[in-house]
Design a protein around this ligand. Sequence first.
Ligand SMILES: *[C@@H]1O[C@H](CO)[C@@H](O)[C@H](O)[C@H]1NC(C)=O
Length: 238
Amino acid sequence: MKFALIFAVTLALVATTQSAPMILSKRRFGQEHTPKADGTFKDIKDIAKGTNKEEQAGNLSGAMVRALLAKAPTCDQQNRADEVIDLAYELGGKKEKQLIKVAKIYRQLERNTPKAGQPSALCKKQPRHKELYGLVQAQDPTGKGKTPGKGSDKGKGENYAETHPVGGVKMPKIQKVDGDFVVNGNKFNGDVNAAQNRQCDIQHNLCFNKFNGGDRSFSGADCDKQTNVCKSGPPVFG
Ligand SMILES: *[C@@H]1O[C@H](CO)[C@@H](O)[C@H](O)[C@H]1NC(C)=O
């Protein structure tokens, strides 16, 4: 809680020097107890109430709060979401569906970072449950970076949509040919961003094709979200 105190003092200083951005700065504070986050902690307990997993759900709910703190290890949020899905399968039936939904919301909650506006690192490990494939935490919208890999890091590092594709559907790679960028035979007049947009859009279509083909291990919304992740990460060359 030392962090919280320092942050509160910083906010007080900001408040005295400028008024307009205050609301935004304040909103960044304590991501582990936003109404949306608190809703997931409560839902876990409510759904398990009256079952023999009540205590397990209570413990998990507490661990979910801790996983969103700035000091929590990078993959804790994903691990807790995986555990919510374990619980879902243990309980089965209607509770299974409800808990999977909560797990997905929880996985995409914003996590605290030591400084406001600082992006939180993405977990590089594949989640255990396919329901979580392609899902990542939200980033501080007041930050410059939005997601790691954007801005000055663009072109470096990995694109999460490439390393953790929803439904296992890979994007086509960008080829460098005679100083141009080519995706599936289409040229982009040296515009790497246009080429990347195309590779992400193609992955989006392929993802939907798989969903429409009957794969229900992910949803159409998962394909949509992945496209945002894809476009905010670095271009993927082959
Ligand atoms: C819940 O946490 C308590 C305290 O750490 C522990 O003693 C208990 O065994 C846990 N229960 C379950 C079901 O994991």
